[in-house]
Design a protein around this ligand. Sequence first.
Ligand code: G3P
Ligand code: CA
Length: 270
Amino acid sequence: QARTKKPNPSDSILNIAHRGASGYAPEHTIPAYALGQKMKGDYIEIDLQMTKDGHLIAMHDETVDRTTNGTGWVKDMTLAEIKKLDAGSWFNEKYPALANPAYVGLKVPTLEEVIHRFGRNARYYIETKAPEVYPGMEEELLRVLKQTGLINGRGRTNKVIIQSFSQESLLKVHQLNPRIPLVQLLWYETAGTAQITDEEIKNIKRYAVGVGPNYDKIDQAYVSKGRQAGLEIHPYTVNEPSEMKKLIRWGVTGMFTNYPDRLHRVLCEV
Ligand code: G3P
Ligand code: CA
């Protein structure tokens, strides 16, 4: 009798490598993304900022101060200026136990460079950061996705999810291309009070396939309600296996983690 193949658990619960495997390597660098893949992350998570001359780069903050050896606002710098910066040494200084000489001198990658490096078979979970600061960011994002072949001629993709805290930005993407799956990021301030109303669900479902709430303020009822309404639930940023297990029990459909290896182990157990 033929044995049935055990389904890969990450087919059903997405393992999203947050800023790459950023628990181990400098966030938003090629080594961090490569490690995320090696550790079985399903998606490479990329935060976007836009340079003065209109290039989309992978960076979490609006300034280069925290994650490079430079200072200043991304919006005021050209790509050539950004490319002079070292995006790895800060990590070695901050985390000596994880330091690696290979991180010294790493460059800030552009979105196009990331896609060229990891290709059309990788999956990308891309966030428009501070879109109000960067007019044209959404158009440029869609241009890059199309040009790199991640969006096909019919406007479809099964390799990209676009996320944002900005509803306006997501609505803009949706208007430009209604076929790209979108996730509305949400931030809840106070423990135990995270609620999602019927009205909010109805509104979000007009343009998005799911929500990404901060994991520490939601509860089982929140997850159940979202799931029953047909929303994907992708909490961020979940680093402890005990929290991962609890969220899986509650029924989330993916999560962002700095430690995709830990999530992979948890998913293999369930
Ligand atoms: O995109 C999900 C999560 O990354 C949102 O928070 O600040 O890490 O981008 P942040
Ligand atoms: Ca993010």
